[in-house]
Design a protein around this ligand. Structure first.
Ligand code: 0WD
Length: 255
């Protein structure tokens, strides 16, 4: 289904082929979109560049969201090359290991600020830079997790950070709706990725999701990609401010 033909999109958050962002990028590409792909740093580049080349991404650039000049450089390149942006996907998260593994009550100020800056504020920053390029409307998509809504064991400080991100989705959706810029969050069930490997007993989370979800299945990145493709397409033009679960129904269960 080529429902993104002619669209230009930015994908932030590919670390390797297991990344949720990669599942989404493939779906966007298959639907006809042209993509700008970023990689975190030199260490990540050898994993990300070949993937970006596989989907013929015309823009492949480094981006650490804490680096303002990289942020500006990326958007200048997008402006020069395309003169517009139709959608972006923000699929990144980070918290220092010691803060992630401890109790929220013990989280350091610095750890909390870092987690919030990289995992939440960066979405606001990307939205602000994207806005002037979305003159015909657009779609901003981020990634959250049920642990932002309910207490999930071992999710730690990422829980409050995702709660804040979900709040940001709603406020941005309200603020940008007049310009036909839609803002949504995907909320996938647990998927074994690099980021997930930082969460203690992640295997148990996968197992619980299989056992307790109505569909008794774990989620794959291409399933998330299929929903993401819809959400950034014009077919979803009346969908904004939503938390879009792709979790085999796990979120409805009392557990
Ligand atoms: O179960 C899961 N895997 C779920 C993930 C369930 C529900 C939601 N999510 C969310 C995550 O919280 C995150 O927001 O999906 C998003 C994508 O996560 P992922 O695909 O699970 O993880 P991964 O493949 O590791 O990609 C996240 C990437 C980082 O990878 P590493 O492994 O190097 O930490 O986020 C990027 C980085 O590439 N990243 C940054 N990008 C730019 N600037 C930064 C940064 N400062 N820090 C991390």
């Amino acid at each position: 289904m080529k429902n993104l033909q002619g669209k230009k999109g930015l994908v932030v958050g590919i670390a390797n082929e297991n990344s949720i962002a990669w599942g989404c990028a493939k779906a966007f590409h298959e639907a006809g979109a042209e993509l700008a792909i970023t990689y975190l740093n030199e260490k990540a580049e050898p994993y990300v560049r070949p993937l970006a080349e596989k989907i013929h991404a015309p823009i492949i650039m480094p981006l650490n969201v804490q680096n303002d000049s990289q942020m500006d450089g990326l958007f200048n390149t997008i402006k020069q090359n395309w003169g517009k942006l139709d959608f972006l996907l923000h699929a990144i998260a980070f918290a220092p290991k010691e803060d992630l593994e401890g109790r929220v009550v013990d989280c350091s100020r610095e750890g909390f600020q870092t987690a919030m800056d990289i995992s939440c504020y960066s979405f606001i920053h990307l939205a602000r830079l994207a806005e002037p390029l979305m003159t015909n409307g657009g779609a901003l998509l981020t990634t959250t997790y049920l642990g932002g809504e309910k207490v999930v064991e071992h999710y730690g400080v990422m829980g409050p950070v995702k709660a804040a991100l979900e709040g940001v989705v709603k406020y941005l959706a309200a603020e940008m709706g007049g310009k036909k810029i839609r803002v949504n969050a995907l909320s996938p069930g647990p998927i074994a990725t690099r980021a997930a490997s930082g969460i203690l007993d992640f295997e148990e989370l996968l197992q619980l999701a299989r056992q307790r979800s109505p569909e008794h299945e774990n989620v794959c990145t291409s399933c998330v990609g299929a929903y993401a493709r819809f959400l950034v397409s014009d077919e979803a033009h009346l969908v904004t401010g939503s938390i879009a679960y792709v979790d085999a129904g796990f979120n409805i269960m009392a557990v």
